[in-house]
Design a protein. Sequence first.
Length: 340
Amino acid sequence: MNKNLVVSLGIAILVSLSRCAPTTESADGAMDGSMNAAINKQVQASIEDKDDWWDALPRAAWSPFEIIPVQQNQDWFQVYRIKEGVYGIYEDGQYEEVISYLITGSEAALLFDTGIGVGNISSIVKQLTDLPVSILNSHTHYDHVGGNHYFEKLYGVASLYAANNMTGRTNAEMKEFIGSDWIWKPLPDSTTEENYAGAAFTITDYVTDGYQIDLGERMLEVILVPGHTPDSLVLLDRDNRLMFTGDTFYPSSLYAHSGDADFFEYAKSAEKLAGYRYDVDYLLPGHNEPLVAGYYLTAMRDAFNAIQAPNAQFKLTDGDREYRFDGFTIMVSEPPPWDF
């Protein structure tokens, strides 16, 4: 592994998140004190000092969960039972540390995101359930749609952004993400820097805000939350008080400044999600950690409001604003969009 890691992809993010601006609500005894404020794992990110990022692994946040053994070529996917009928499929060997979630009912299953496309996530899913499996992506960034092509039924959002991403990515666009700067585990035999690409896929069933997916004794509700990307969504399991948040919220840097993001849409979506606070005990994010307290829904809303105040404190990070909060940060362009 190259110890002098340099990534030429955009905005440098701080490795450590501060503990300033604490939220006012308690974590209801949920995973708050053990929250591991992790470095951001996004394709747009660049870290000034990315050396030995894998030293944070295994993250303590995973230790409470049962490991589910699976047969696979190389040890790429780590599978954990997160809740009854919910499995976290974790790719800790690559810098994104993406998490896909298999959610099972009595009649069907849904895979929420499909990872970066290294290895065959379908073969893992088949070991976990015999139920028919459909796909829904939290958004269509490369690290959440990589295994889409293995499945026949794909839910998705009708948007030009998603349509463009369905065409896939070339090896020239993708190979950097499995280079020595980005991985610490051996790749599965089927994947090399020479053949790694983003496979095209097709959405077969389109969802709208409030759309319900019935898995049999488990109903999932789609909530559209544009902001991180135009096609971002979260998934609400109301009966089990769970919300699968993708990249809209996870315990690290929230991107409200990148080319795909829209700050004002993100802020509106944060306001919208805060309205679900008392329907949700836990959030299941798309990176780093599988379970965080539901109170972050209101904390995120409050943070988006707070940073628009004239006296809000921030740090300039490679030309962009970084606003720090307890357990997460928000990245905003400089000058900020509310000054335009």
